[in-house]
Design a protein around this ligand. Sequence first.
Ligand SMILES: Cc1ncc(C[n+]2csc(CCOP(=O)(O)OP(=O)(O)O)c2C)c(N)n1
Ligand SMILES: [Mg+2]
Length: 346
Amino acid sequence: MLPALPKDQLLAQCRKMLLVRRFEERLIGLHREERFRGHYHVYIGQEATGVPAISLLQPDDMLFSTHRNHGHILARGGDPGRLLAEILGRRDGYNRGKGGSFHTSPRELGFLQCSGVVGGILPLGTGAAYAAKSRASGQIAVCLFGDGALEEGAVPEAFNLASLWKLPVLYLCENNGKYGAGNATGAAQSSTMAVYPLTELPQAYKIPAIQVDGTDAGAVHDALRESIDAIRSGYGPRFIEAQTVRWPGSETNWPVVKAPTAVDLAWDVSGVPEDVRDWYRDSDPVLRFMRELVESGHTDREELTILNRSVADQVEAAVDFGFDSPYPELGEAETDVFADARSPVR
Ligand SMILES: Cc1ncc(C[n+]2csc(CCOP(=O)(O)OP(=O)(O)O)c2C)c(N)n1
Ligand SMILES: [Mg+2]
């Protein structure tokens, strides 16, 4: 179902989902062409979680994300050119090229930390919520993380303090499903957790926790709105598990685009390789969103095709911007490495 929003806001969400999708597909292509080196992860398949969720936040809320942060940054209104420049290690990147893909942390968008250290952002986000509560600032902290984060020891500690102190923090767990050998329980999660369903872990700490279909933008929107309202009203932390089906292109360590996203795919997947066709037909959140927009009469395929083309142009401009940006000067290796306790937080 679609979020109950006016057409212009729905189309804006569609544009953002397409931007995430096209940015990531282009990034995979650039890596395959060996135009940049280094590891990276993509957000493909989780767009209908991040885009509606982040659209409900206030400008001064504080966000924390993981190794899969590109989609969150673009959903928050991030500039794809600056994001790409950061991934390429260039000077115009959000962190002057020092963060790279895993650690791009655009402070101006409210991202205090994106980190490849699995689970590491939960204590940080909980601490930020403690600061917000102490200052009565009205901000909330939002931790966006994968199911694997729950394996980390610091996470139950964070839950305990957040619950005891009724901290304004939202834990949004993006469970992108099982894969590989690391799935000891046989449950629908990639993490090796003795706990199943995952919501039982926060619930043990008296944190209200629910599951939602992460490919259903309307369900995500409703769950988030209710949780965010409760957090802002002072009821303490909430936990949401958004369930998606892992994009087949992400099954290995190096992503592969099996079928480039196109508007027509929303209605006809016959051109998709047979072994991955099910995912595009049943589990692709962007194709689902486009189908729902048309079926509900908010738009038609032609308008979506124009939108998709415009997003493709935006991504090409971002690619040019990223590669045109220079590498930082050698001397910059020593700047912005340690925080200066005397200077205000930037
Ligand atoms: C503390 C720590 N342990 C292990 C790793 C290696 N590692 C990188 S991604 C990953 C899986 C994380 O799973 P999940 O949190 O569910 O995220 P997903 O990649 O499925 O989105 C692991 C174990 C790491 N980066 N940090
Ligand atoms: Mg996962």
